[in-house]
Ligand binder design. Structure first.
Ligand code: BG6
Length: 483
């Protein structure tokens, strides 16, 4: 594998994301030789850590995520890490950071290549971007920036952030990361759709009755109440992960697999996204909050959550496109905290056909993303020793050995950033469209809140969310397939 020379600056180097995801993923890429002799990482955060302390943290992060490692390799890898205590609002600190980056560039012959990673609280993204620009932190080689979600809080703040980032970086060098796009089964949507005549030929409103997307989580908001209460399920999960999945399911076939062609196909589709009116929001959306139990807090009693909060921990909704292969097909989605179980799945529900056997079972295509990774088609056939039709699953699954080889989403996406492949990142024009949709729903909810009659369904923890979500379907013959 090509060894990429680069100095990487991680804003948020002492944080949870860096520890759990970035350091272990970088180590795997180091082991593969993608980054090796000519790289250094500067971790920055406010805490007064030393280089040595950061290296210990990096080493711990690797041991926590790997069963067996060569200690010499870990040591050699960690020696590429440097720590710089940094207050993102202090301009002087960017001068110091720049000096260190230049020294390391010389020491490691990194050829002026810089990669900036925003892995800290999103409220600082704009400030960091502004100072990268006004203190000229970019190098003489390539300059790329990875931005974590949420990218803005609404369209206006996303536009502002984008402006601040594009002052120093071209659109092609901005990697807006969505870890769902690094997941094995999400990356399998395009091959599944475009390589199987059996699937490709039925991918239309003529055969598909509806599509259902469920991102269910067993956990509650845990220690993230402060962030979550300003966000809610719609912004936290639908604006990014769910819309990326919807886009992959509904987009036209790209001309080829280049990043440009894939994004072109996505953008063509998104022009025809129907933005809901307040009436449609009322009819087609359900928001909910989890209640407490003997052993768990109700959402409103979680630490750092407003006791009068109207923030939703659950949302179900519907969307449609006016163009693309499945124009007009309803796409239902739901996501929530404190569900019965962790489950990420997509159900493609096919229309019934008249047949001489009378009633048949529903013929669906299901993609399970998490915790299992598989695709299955429910198929009708005859019962063995009595009249009638039974249904069985035809399954495309991975063996345990294969699954063990699947890289973590972050490792995959970091790899793509190093090799400059933007296919699985969010383009600004896509993000903008997603925010237009989300803002329409949020505005409608906000008006309901202000009128004093918000409809927020309460649901019991560890079940299937509010029953009101059963009523968002267009026809009485539709229902949630995963129940
Ligand atoms: C994150 C959200 O983007 O995705 C979290 O901020 C959520 O609230 C997480 O828990 C879910 O990711 P995954 O990969 O566990 O499904």
């Amino acid at each position: 594998m090509k060894n990429i020379p680069v100095i990487m600056i991680i804003f948020g180097g002492s944080g949870d994301l860096a520890h759990r995801k970035l350091y272990p993923s970088l180590f795997n890429l180091y082991e593969q030789g993608l980054i090796h002799d000519n790289f250094a990482v500067i971790g920055t955060a406010r805490r007064p850590w030393s280089h040595e302390y950061l290296r210990e943290q990096v080493s711990d992060a690797i041991h926590e995520t790997h069963d067996q490692v060569d200690e010499n390799e870990v040591k050699a890898f960690a020696s590429h890490f440097y720590y710089q205590s940094h207050d993102v609002t202090n301009v002087e600190h960017y001068v110091t950071l720049k000096k260190l980056a230049q020294e390391l560039d010389d020491r490691y012959s990194a050829q002026g290549n810089c990669l900036f990673y925003m892995a800290m609280a999103p409220r600082f993204f704009g400030t960091i971007a502004t100072h990268i620009n006004d203190q000229h932190l970019t190098g003489s080689g390539f300059n790329r920036i990875v931005v974590e979600k949420p990218f803005g809080h609404d369209l206006v703040s996303a536009e502002q952030l984008n402006k601040e980032i594009t002052a120093s970086f071209d659109e092609n060098d901005i990697f807006r990361i969505d870890h769902y796009l690094g997941k094995e089964m999400i990356q399998n949507i395009m091959p599944m759709r475009f390589t199987n005549p059996l699937i490709k030929n039925i991918w239309s409103g003529e055969y598909i009755k509806n599509i259902q997307i469920t991102l269910a989580e067993r956990l509650g908001v845990e220690a993230r109440g402060g962030y979550y209460d300003t966000s809610g399920a719609l912004r936290d999960m639908v604006q990014n992960h769910i819309f990326q999945i919807i886009t992959l399911l509904a987009m036209p076939e790209p001309k080829d697999l280049s990043s440009d062609s894939v994004h072109k196909a996505k953008q063509e589709l998104l022009k025809s996204l129907i933005i809901p009116t307040p009436e449609e929001v009322k009819k087609n959306f359900v928001r909910g909050q989890y209640l407490g139990s003997d052993t768990t807090f109700a959402y409103k009693k979680e630490p750092n959550v407003d006791p009068d909060s109207t923030t939703e921990t659950y949302v179900a909704g519907k969307t449609k496109f006016t163009s693309g292969p499945i124009a007009g097909v309803p796409i239902y989605f739901r996501t929530g905290k404190e569900f019965k179980e962790k489950k990420t799945r997509i159900d493609i529900v096919l229309k019934h056909i008249n047949n001489p056997y009378g009633q048949a079972h529903s013929n669906n295509i299901t993609i399970e993303v998490d915790p299992e990774s598989k695709i299955y088609i429910t198929i009708n056939g005859k019962k063995i020793d009595e009249p009638g039709i039974r249904s069985e699953d035809l399954t495309y699954a991975f063996s345990k050995e294969e699954m063990a080889k699947v890289p973590d989403g972050y490792e995959r996406l970091l790899h793509d950033v190093f090799v400059n492949d933007s296919t699985n990142f969010t383009h600004w024009s896509e993000l903008k469209r997603y925010w237009e949709f989300i803002d329409a729903v949020e505005d409608a909810w906000q008006k309901e809140n202000e009128a004093g009659n918000p409809e927020i369904a309460q649901y019991l923890p560890y079940r299937m969310g509010p029953k009101e979500a059963d009523n968002i379907f267009e026809s009485p013959t539709e229902h949630w397939i995963y129940e």
